[in-house]
Unconditional design. Structure first.
Lengths: 278, 846
């Protein structure tokens, strides 16, 4: 299960080479390609809408994993009805933070965070990076450090998807901001993934609709699905709000064209990121 | 919001409830191509990165009872997942099972024994000690026992299965001497079971989705709320996507199951039988039947009928049920019925599903018999990929003292005389009417457990009135972890533990025909003074002077582990404490059980005789017959409990295990032709029974249908905050065409009125329901059950407290409206199932 000791040098060379090829083939961004060269993962979630039955196992798995407050979610499932009786269809659309690569390697939330570089320098694999209140790890995860956050909430405004919200259970710790609340969103369960365990929502998903893995590993399930369904290259059809050019790492298998019918209004984007079973 | 403090369950120094990536994560970088993401079975704190202690146990949010895994942080239960080693769940878990994590910490939980301090139902309570509670209860019970009237102690239970059922019924109640009781199967799916007991003998059908080619579904919401939900639903969706298995769902409503089907075919409520009969008609007349299987089918009065005679009999019977006839009744087009019938028959192996949509009707038992006919003539019975006989863990257990009194009972759980032909799963919803009536006697002590009769039954006001009436029931007592609508009507409440704090052995139906053994063990010690009722029963037995030989459920479970060969071979219960589940890795899936030939020596065993009328070999000594002469004279069919001695069915010159009876004296054939039905003046062959109320509907009348939603159980999970947050309101579904006629729009307040009562609720106009129907879900509309369910705090004496930061963030005010106020308690005349889906209503704008 991904213990460092288990990895032989040959394996690393092999995957490193394959990764470089894969990176070139999918046309991913320079920083990501550099990360791949250094043997760093590129985490992604594929959501196969054929398999989602709207059970909300993911929603509750996420709420309990993080002890999330009532009224806020890191993962939701949206429902839609289309067509008319008796030809009516009902669709389910699981949503979470898209862990965007960003148009120029910087996703909008990180771009707008005044504290994005306020943290210490850290290393992942061979890649050095700087942490911040909102920052991107070289493996693509968009993470938060509330000890650095100043509570300006610009990241909430910046996210076109509305997946960030004020967390009533999170108080800021900076001496000048102790009365302010922090920000919450999905972390791709970095604390689990780093220990070799699937994200909480993926682990429980009964339809197997959520598939998590490393796009830099050609043998991973997500890479195979990317190849089969052309998910990354075809991101205009496989991601939410392609017009925002955020380059999400959440990719949908969507034969029924659900994404195209789902609208996110700028004014209501945060209220929309809510889960109500109908 | 700003003055909220951090929740105290996260006792850490750093202040990010959202996430601190600057923890362990940095120290263990993930390397490309090397990180294999594991399937779970572990969990870590997002705040500290510290591994959470994992304890394997079992869920009990719904009757499926999936193996689960609890994760502990600082001694508190913070998360529940599935057990990745379970072959039933394969590591998957629904929202309900995971939402159960908040039972233990529910701020409205009952933590202390209580006695009422005002009138019954007035809501005034005083805390009492366990000694005071058990002294009074044991005194009252012992008095009845000493007077020779133990039957005046009545025990009414809901979800009490596996070891709980055995300890309580087989050991405690049997030794005490009362069989006065009732369950709740008749308000669930009892009619389906009676239909199965009349045909293939035993109740419960497993659907083998792993091996099927086609799924035809009448009224099962298998992807949301089946009695074996996760084990079957995740396999079904996998079969659909990975293997392209086609699925067709007949339902009055676009459930999530219907939504994920290849086709949703709406039909008028209660007409499933008509459509299935027409499909049988098509299959027989097109010659698509499975001739081989007919060998094991009884299709005429003649038990030795050759196949051709059986075919002729079925064809003749089915001739009346043409697709054109069914179209008029169901609204489903004749061509659609024909097409699907042919597809189903040709798709072998194919799986036929039925559930409450088909069986919670006046004609429910007949609909299930028709389903058995449709599965039989296509050869999709107990075969890989078909409708299979259930396989589950088989535990042995201690039953208490050997010398037991002859148990007595009040005959109040099978309905009024002549009301129900074969109430083998009882008529629990008539119990209160029968208590009021009084002709069969009344209990002096009414105790209930894991059941809220005033919420779960229909006709709520009447049930409340009877349970409240001290002249009808002198003493009421319940064991309950939560202050629900029924607990509010108790004279005494014993604080039970939620399932997260209990011991049990378990092991329910396997989706792959291989038994899995599992246990339930406490994640945390019982909070406050709560005690599981099974432990309390052991103490009551001691106090009344009939010790059971074990003093707690934990002891009972350990002893059962020693008595059960499979578990003993593992080293006893310790293995299951560590692993949670076990199955025999060498076991083969069990199919075709009926084809097994009975050995010659079994036929020659002491007491075994041949019944020429039925072709059954049976051991009269296991029946109630006085002697062999009486057994011969009365015959197998008419000797009480003859089925208990069933050995095999003679077919041709061989004797087969056949379709073994479980509770009725049926033969070993798959009985499509039922002499048991004939004796009760019903058509022996499965037939269409129109629903009387639906035949008399006036202009503008609608039919009320009810349903369960995927994220909450019927009556026992609305206290779970994350589930109530997802589902707390239930506006009534109504088709735009119907709504337009009534001038109703989404959000409008509407009155829904039946012959017994009326409710005011809201409308949700949706294309996802057939015109002429109004669909209202169960599970919400609570008026007790604590603040997450109803907004109402539990009594102070119960230990209800405000020390839960989530209470301040409850953001919803709508609590929904329960439909059961307006649904009469009324049985299917054959099996006694509550007719949830038959109520005719008038709907008007309020």
């Amino acid at each position: 299960m991904g213990k460092k000791e288990d990895i032989s040098r040959r394996d690393m060379l092999k995957t490193g080479g394959a990764v470089a090829v894969a990176a070139a083939a999918t046309g991913i961004l320079p920083a990501a390609a550099a990360a791949a060269k250094e043997g760093v993962s590129r985490w992604a979630m594929v959501i196969d809408l054929r398999r989602c039955i709207g059970c909300r196992g993911c929603t509750v798995a996420c709420k309990s994993e993080f002890g999330a407050a009532l009224g806020r979610w890191n993962a939701v499932v949206k429902q839609m009805e289309t067509g008319s009786y008796p030809g009516v269809k009902k669709h389910f659309l699981p949503r979470l933070c898209n862990h965007c690569a960003g148009e120029k390697d910087v996703p909008p939330c990180v771009e707008k965070c005044p504290q994005a570089n306020a943290g210490e320098r850290a290393k992942l694999g061979g890649v050095s990076y700087r942490t911040g209140a909102t920052y991107k790890r070289p493996d693509g995860m968009i993470l938060l450090d509330m000890s650095l956050c100043i509570g300006c909430y610009k990241c909430i405004e910046a996210c076109p998807y509305g997946v960030r919200s004020i967390d009533p259970f999170s108080k800021l710790t900076r001496p000048d901001r102790e009365k302010d609340l922090g920000v919450g969103k999905c972390t791709f369960c970095a604390h689990r993934v780093d220990k070799g365990i699937a994200p909480s929502c993926v682990n429980t998903c009964q339809g197997g609709a959520r598939i998590f893995g490393d796009l830099n590993d050609p043998e991973s399930e997500v890479s195979k699905l990317d190849k089969e369904f052309n998910l990354v290259k075809n991101r205009d059809k496989t991601t939410l709000l392609p017009g925002e050019k955020t380059q999400p790492h959440v990719l949908y298998i969507d034969p029924a064209g659900v994404l195209a019918q789902y609208k996110i209004d700028k004014k209501t984007k945060e209220a929309e990121f809510k889960d109500q079973f109908v | 919001m700003a003055n909220l403090t951090r929740r105290d369950l996260m006792k850490i120094g750093m202040a990010s409830g959202a996430l601190l990536a600057a923890g362990e994560g940095f120290k263990s970088p993930a390397l490309a191509g090397t990180v294999k993401i594991g399937p779970g079975g572990k969990d870590f704190s997002p705040q500290t990165g510290v591994e959470r202690q994992a304890i394997p146990s079992s869920c009990w949010q719904c009757v499926t009872r999936c193996p689960n895994m609890g994760y502990m942080e600082d001694g508190r239960l913070v998360k529940i997942e599935s057990n990745p080693n379970s072959i039933r769940t394969e590591g998957k878990m629904c929202a309900r099972g995971q939402g159960g994590v908040s039972h233990s910490s529910d701020p409205d939980r009952i933590l202390y024994p209580m006695k009422r301090a005002g009138k019954r139902g007035e809501g005034k309570w005083k805390r009492i000690s366990w000694d005071e509670a058990l002294t009074e209860l044991a005194d009252r019970m012992k008095k009845l026992r000493d007077a020779g009237t133990p039957e005046k102690f009545m025990f009414h239970y809901g979800r009490m299965k596996a070891s709980s059922e055995k300890l309580m019924k087989d050991a405690f109640l049997a030794t005490y001497g009362s069989k006065t009781g009732a369950g709740h199967t008749a308000i669930c799916e009892g009619g389906k079971w009676v239909g199965q007991e009349l045909t293939w003998g035993k109740h419960y059908d497993n659907w083998d989705f792993d091996n099927t080619n086609y799924v035809l579904n009448f009224g099962s919401n298998v992807l949301e709320a089946h009695t074996n939900h996760i084990p079957t639903s995740h396999r079904l969706i996998r079969a659909k996507v990975d293997k392209g298995v086609k699925m067709v769902t007949f339902d009055v409503r676009l459930s999530n199951t219907a939504a994920k089907s290849d086709e949703w075919v709406p039909l008028k409520p209660g007409t499933d039988g008509a459509v299935m009969l027409a499909m049988c008609n098509v299959i027989m007349s097109e010659g698509l039947y499975d001739r081989d299987f007919l060998k094991f089918v009884k299709a005429t009065k003649n038990k030795d009928a050759p196949d051709d005679e059986k075919i002729a009999s079925l064809k003749a019977h089915l001739a009346q049920y043409t697709p054109q006839w069914a179209e008029k009744i169901s609204g489903v087009s004749a061509s659609k019925i024909k097409t699907l019938a042919i597809e189903f028959a040709r798709a072998k192996p194919a799986c036929l599903l039925t559930y409450r949509g088909a069986v919670a009707h006046y004609n429910g038992v007949e609909n299930e018999r028709i389903a058995m006919m449709l599965a039989s003539i296509t050869g999709n019975i107990d075969n890989p990929g078909g409708r299979c006989k259930a396989v589950a863990a088989s535990w042995k257990f201690p039953t208490g003292p050997k010398d037991k009194p002859e148990a007595k009972k009040l005959k109040i759980d099978d309905g009024f005389k002549g009301q129900v032909a074969y109430p083998t799963h009882h008529v629990d919803h008539q119990v209160f009417k029968m208590i009021k009536d009084g002709k069969e006697g009344r209990p002096e002590i009414y105790m209930w457990y894991c059941y809220a009769p005033v919420y779960a039954n229909g006709e709520i006001q009447e049930t409340i009135d009877i349970l409240k009436d001290e002249s009808l029931i002198p003493f009421t007592v319940c064991s309950n972890p939560f202050y629900d609508e029924a607990a509010a009507l108790a004279d005494m409440i014993l604080p039970d533990t939620p399932y997260t704090e209990r011991w049990d052995w378990d092991g329910d139906v396997s989706p792959m025909q291989i038994a899995e053994y599992q246990i339930r063990q406490p994640f945390v010690k019982p909070l406050g003074e709560s005690r599981n009722l099974m432990d309390v029963a052991c103490e009551l037995a001691n106090r009344m002077g009939f010790p059971l030989g074990f003093n707690s459920m934990e002891e009972f479970v350990t002893m059962s582990g020693e008595l059960t060969p499979e578990v003993k071979a593992l080293g006893g219960i310790e293995y299951l404490k560590k692993n949670g589940v076990w199955h025999d890795p060498n076991a083969k899936p069990k199919f075709y059980s009926y084809k097994k030939e009975v050995k010659e020596e079994e036929l020659k065993a002491e007491g075994v005789i041949y019944d020429d009328a039925s072709g059954v070999y049976w051991n009269w000594k296991k029946s109630k017959a006085k002697d062999e002469a009486e057994a011969q004279q009365k015959g197998y069919a008419h000797t009480k409990d003859a089925y208990k001695g069933y050995v095999g069915q003679k077919i041709g010159d061989k004797v087969y295990t056949g379709f073994k009876p479980d509770i009725l004296n049926k033969s070993g054939y798959m009985e499509l032709y039922s002499e048991l039905m004939e004796e009760k003046k019903f058509n022996p062959l499965p037939s269409y029974l129109p629903i009387p109320e639906h035949e008399k509907m006036g202009a503008g009348d609608l039919i009320l249908t009810t349903y369960k939603a995927a994220v909450i159980t019927q009556s026992r999970s609305a206290n779970c905050k994350w589930l109530s947050e997802l589902y707390h309101d239930n506006p009534a579904w109504i088709n735009p065409k119907t709504a337009a006629g009534l001038g109703i729009k989404t959000g409008d307040k509407i009155k829904v009125k039946s012959v017994i009562d009326e409710i005011t609720t809201k409308a949700r106009v949706t294309e996802g329901v057939i015109p002429g129907v109004i669909a209202i879900s169960h599970s919400v509309g609570h008026w007790e059950y604590g603040r997450y369910a109803s907004g109402k705090k539990g009594p102070d004496a119960s230990g209800a407290h405000d020390n839960d930061p989530d209470l301040k963030t409850i953001w919803w005010e709508d609590r929904g409206v329960h439909p059961n106020w307006i649904i009469p308690n009324s049985p299917d005349p054959i099996g006694g199932q509550q007719r949830w889906m038959d109520t005719v209503v008038k709907v008007t704008k309020a």
